[in-house]
Ligand binder design. Structure first.
Ligand code: AQP
Length: 332
């Protein structure tokens, strides 16, 4: 039986992943590497859509690899690689751009939000075409499942539309992928501003729980998390977004249901609850951070894992690209 293929990517745009990246995406990556043929990619070309510093780019790519391994991605089970080391991504990316309508691309809310924030003078064309490169990332691997957070749903829909359009116009070339988006925990909110997505590029930093931050820093941030009116620890995302977000985080990391947590904290105040969340988060992240720091001490080993992953990825990607060129009538 051939295993279903899984693909997902993460940008090396920060010195640390945050809890939203982990709970919305990477935790599922780890689970899906068993029983699936998984490809996980550090999408450095996507990171170039905003201002970058070459020194930071290298450092953050390696930090990303170290964190993914520390979080449980195994190079024996999954193919872990860097996007720019597989040139077929750019090559198929162009084809995807030529298949996407300008109006269709203009409807992408992530582009609208980000470009509105930074203004047209500093917004790059690459940010606009980012979803088409993402479609290429996915379709190159004949992917069945794409584990991502809720914020990527629209990009997955676009990928499906492009794949279906290509297949019906030029003959069956791509598997039409499905998003793998959790019902609960697919969107983790900023703990200082719980109506906004936890994100590296927005917010003050006070609401961002980072995997590579020290236990002391994370403890402090969670104890200062914004809560809501009232004192009942109950899940109500409309009236109690702060407490609901903390319940989601606790539940995802401790494996206990929201109902169990509501019962445990029945009659106790927000202070006790926040202390419990802080302890769960800090103890969960402590060994992961240590492991990532240890892996970073041997850069050559990290680079070797990534090179081996890129070779495996290229073998699959080159086949799809060849089929795509052939179906488009390009002379091979
Ligand atoms: N807050 C979140 N909740 C759930 N999932 C999230 N993801 C990101 N934020 C949340 C998921 O993480 C994966 C990697 O995404 P990325 O590499 O695109 O990271 P990002 O979008 O750069 O992370 P940020 O913090 O959201 O950065 P900004 O806002 O600066 O672009 C994806 O599967 C994503 O869904």
């Amino acid at each position: 039986m051939t295993l279903k293929r899984v693909l997902s990517g993460i940008q090396p745009t920060s010195d640390s992943f945050h809890l939203g990246n982990y709970l919305g995406a990477v935790k599922q990556w780890v689970e899906l590497q068993d029983g699936h043929d998984a490809f996980y990619c550090i999408v450095d070309l996507h990171a170039l859509t905003v201002e970058t510093d070459p020194k930071l780019m290298r450092k953050r790519t390696l930090i990303s690899a170290a964190q993914l391994l520390a979080l449980g991605i195994s190079p024996e089970k999954a193919t872990l690689f860097v996007q720019s080391q597989v040139p077929q991504h750019n090559q198929l990316g162009w084809i995807m751009e030529c298949l996407t309508g300008f109006g269709e691309a203009s409807r992408m809310t992530q582009f609208k939000d980000k470009s509105q924030k930074s203004g047209t003078d500093t917004t790059r064309v690459g940010l606009f075409t980012y979803p088409m490169l993402m479609a290429a990332d996915i379709l190159l691997y004949q992917t069945h499942l794409v584990p991502v957070g809720e914020d990527q749903r629209q990009h997955i829909e676009l990928t499906r539309d492009i794949a279906e359009r290509f297949n019906s116009k030029y003959g069956k070339t791509f598997v039409v992928p499905e998003g793998y988006i959790l019902k609960e925990g697919a969107k983790i909110y900023d703990i200082a501003e719980p109506t906004a997505k936890m994100s590296k590029s927005s917010g003050t930093g006070a609401g961002l729980i980072e995997i590579m931050d020290s236990p002391e820093t994370n403890l402090k941030k969670i104890k200062s998390a914004v809560t809501d009116a009232g004192r009942e620890v109950t899940f109500d995302s409309v009236n109690k977004p702060g407490i609901s977000n903390l319940l989601t985080i606790h539940s995802a990391l401790s494996g206990r249901t929201i109902k169990e947590l509501e019962n445990e904290f029945d009659g106790k105040g927000y202070g006790d609850f926040k202390s419990a969340v802080a302890e769960v988060v800090v103890e969960y992240l402590r060994p992961i951070r240590s492991k990532a720091l240890e892996l970073l001490e041997d850069e050559a080993h990290l680079v070797k894992i990534l090179h081996e992953g890129a070779a495996k990825a290229q073998a699959v990607a080159s086949k799809t690209l060849e089929g795509t060129y052939k179906n488009l009538g390009l002379v091979l």
